[in-house]
Design a protein around this ligand. Structure first.
Ligand code: NDP
Ligand code: OXD
Length: 310
């Protein structure tokens, strides 16, 4: 079996070693522009260049080394629809996401962001505590990662809310779904966590009107994709105080350009798309397992629905 591998960072050796361990029968071929893969069965990619599309059109399945597939689906029908696309499900990302979001929520709830600013200014000034009953945390997207985040937050006693496309039931979480449920979800959410996939339906979902539905003094934590939010409107709402602060891990343009105004706004905390990193060994193990299942004609976890876009 031949697997075509593309790594934008060029660091292919460790992936080859892990594939040798978890799928010893496979030959790994590194993609090079202009070279044809001779009878490649599968492709393993994250954000492939357009020049790779012809090769991707001939494999039995494409495995994505991430949870989101927007960097692949942006090619639309240039990528034949009959080729299965299989993303990572969890593969060590869910616990990282739970750590990141829990940290960000507690930082705001316990006002550590304000104490950090005070300490930098040499100020000693205890602030009134936020009330937990007013500190509802709402997660947009109750999939693999959103559910894990809600479960991690449960022991702290915040009122928890979740929004998804289809109806869900999760212990201790007030759930909402569909376009009809979004308004009520947003109006009662003090800390908004975005964990949606980026699709035509969710792109720009947090525009000015929807951000305005959040209560005065709301917080935003975006760990999904930059294009879920209207960045200039987010900045304006932070400056006006309607949004008290935001923690952003993802941006429309990454790396975030040096001249981007977010860098200058103290109430915006920026991290470089690290909330849940792809763990190579876990990923290769999951992909190897799914390749074995594909070969055996068994169903695989993480199969993307091309119509829904996730
Ligand atoms: P899943 O596919 O498991 O979950 C997606 C969730 O979003 C589901 O609950 C789904 O609803 C919901 N959803 C999708 N479309 C809509 C819609 N139109 N309206 C309402 N709800 C919708 O994805 P994961 O949890 O694995 O990952 C989520 C995203 O997190 C990824 O797509 C990626 O963009 C991002 N991510 C970011 C990382 C980072 O480092 N910053 C790392 C990993 C992922 P339903 O359950 O009804 O289908
Ligand atoms: C992912 C990501 O989608 O890293 O996995 O953003």
């Amino acid at each position: 079996m031949r697997i075509l591998l593309h790594r934008a960072d060029g660091k292919t050796e460790p992936w080859i070693k892990d594939f040798a361990k978890y799928l010893p029968d496979a030959d790994i071929e590194i993609w090079h522009a202009g070279e044809k893969c001779q009878a490649c069965d599968y492709a393993v990619v994250w954000s492939p260049p357009e020049a790779m599309l012809a090769e991707l059109a001939t494999v039995k399945a494409i495995f994505v080394t991430g949870a989101g597939v927007d960097a692949l689906l942006k090619f639309g029908d240039a990528l034949p629809r009959h080729i299965p696309i299989i993303r990572l499900e969890d593969a060590g990302m869910a616990v990282q996401m739970a750590e990141y979001v829990t940290h960000a929520v507690l930082r705001y709830f316990r006002r550590f962001d304000e104490y950090e600013a005070q300490a930098r200014a040499g100020q000693w000034a205890p602030l009134p505590q936020h009330h937990k009953e007013d500190f509802s945390v709402g997660v947009l997207g109750m999939g693999v990662l959103g559910t894990r985040v809600l479960e991690a937050l449960a022991p702290f006693g915040f009122p928890l809310r979740g929004w998804s496309r289809t109806g869900k039931s999760l212990n201790g979480v007030q759930t909402f779904h569909g376009a009809d449920g979004l308004d009520t979800f947003l109006r009662g959410t003090r800390v908004l966590v975005c964990l949606l996939p980026l699709t035509p339906d969710t792109s720009n979902i947090m525009d000015r009107a929807n951000m305005h539905k959040l209560p005065e003094g709301a917080y935003i934590i975006n760990v999904a994709r930059g294009a879920h939010f209207a960045e200039p409107d987010l900045l304006a709402l932070v400056k006006s105080g309607h949004i008290a602060a935001a923690t952003l891990d993802v941006f429309r343009n990454e790396p975030l350009p040096a001249q981007h105004p977010f860098w200058q706004e103290q109430r915006i905390t920026i991290t470089p798309h690290i909330s849940a990193l792809t763990l190579r060994r876990e990923s290769v193990q999951q992909i190897a397992d799914n390749i074995r299942k594909t070969e055996a004609g068994e169903p695989v976890a993480g199969l993307v629905d091309r119509t829904l876009g996730y």
